[in-house]
Design a protein around this ligand. Structure first.
Ligand code: ADE
Ligand code: ZN
Length: 316
């Protein structure tokens, strides 16, 4: 099996319907609005975010989050993953009155268990949710900067990129960068090339979540390649959310051929009926990457990982 690495997965979005159904039973909740016949149901980005929030609301204790992280990471290791970074969202935890610290410690316990059973190495990227607002994103950045947890190594921003301007979030990203965290931001998914440019100019991320709509502006593709900005590409997510009509129209091969640093990721795997293993399969079958090229994608991800140098060297 080709060794794999994931840089872009939202932990709440990685909750399999079976696990969410068990949590619903535990808390006596009705999930029929977004899970039917054992699968997630939603119809557009906004209703996807609602389903995501509905599932997230059923993880309420540190042990619930430990189980979520352990389940995701063990499954990923089974697909050949040696390394994973996932996005955490203290905003979601606070909605159910769990402190950011307890939430993070719960997830860390799940990471410890998964590492013990499978050897998978993992780190957390604290995210702010853009459409929740500037204040909440700054609060998430402050937590990331000050929590001192050794497994929190990055800061990012997810949510609806069509809301607000990147510059509004510059302070949050400065806080994170100055604390020595790796920085990534979702851009160029539902926003066009101007959204990627604004993110680069105002937030100075080392990596961009998605970034795929940069393809609409050749000068931007050149810039991404020249500056070595790493793209966390999620092909199946883009297809299912309608960013591109089909895999044949996906810009992954064009970005790869243009010399951009590209990686393969699953984003919110059960929502999109994907997995990291399937993303690598897609790259092989639809984008023509052979085993050597796929191993190169994993190397790019490990090189771009928000991880200490001894750990990176051990993974390479
Ligand atoms: N949060 C979870 N998945 C997301 C996505 N694909 N884009 C933006 N925010 C998200
Ligand atoms: Zn994402």
């Amino acid at each position: 099996m080709i060794p794999k690495a994931e840089l872009h997965c939202h932990i709440e979005g990685a909750a399999a319907p079976e696990l969410v159904l068990r949590q619903a039973e535990k808390y006596g909740a009705d999930v029929s609005a977004f899970i039917r016949e054992g699968a997630y149901h939603w119809h557009d980005f906004t209703s996807f975010l609602k389903a995501y929030d509905g599932a997230a609301g059923l993880f309420r204790t540190p042990e619930d989050y430990a189980l979520l992280a352990e389940t995701y990471l063990c499954e990923l290791a089974g697909q050949g993953a040696i390394y994973a970074e996932f996005f955490t969202s203290p905003d979601h935890a606070e909605r159910i009155d769990l402190s950011a610290r307890s939430y993070t410690e719960g997830l860390a316990e799940g990471m410890r268990r998964a590492r013990e059973t499978t050897g998978i190495e993992a780190r957390m990227i604290v995210t702010g949710v853009r459409h929740v607002g500037v204040e909440a994103v700054e609060k998430a950045a402050l937590f990331a900067a000050q929590c001192g947890h050794p497994l929190v190594t990055g800061f990012g921003m997810a949510g609806d990129e069509r809301i607000g301007h990147s510059r509004d979030f510059a302070r949050a990203f400065d806080i994170a960068r100055e604390a020595g965290l790796g920085v990534t931001v979702h851009a160029g998914e539902f926003g066009g090339p101007e959204s990627v440019e604004a993110a680069l100019d105002t937030l100075r991320p080392a990596r961009i979540g998605h970034g795929v709509r940069a393809i609409e502006k050749p000068a931007l593709v050149e810039r991404l390649s020249a500056e070595g900005v790493v793209l966390e590409i999620c092909p199946v997510s883009n297809m299912v959310l309608g960013v591109f009509p089909d895999l044949a129209g996906h810009p992954f091969p064009a970005l790869y051929d243009a010399g951009c640093k590209v990686t393969l990721n699953s984003d919110d795997p059960p929502h999109f009926r994907t997995s990291l293993g399937y993303e690598y399969e897609v790259a092989s079958r639809h984008f023509g990457l052979d085993e050597e090229a796929l191993a190169g994608i994993t190397r790019t991800a490990v090189e771009a990982a928000f991880v200490d140098e001894p750990t990176r060297s051990a993974l390479l």
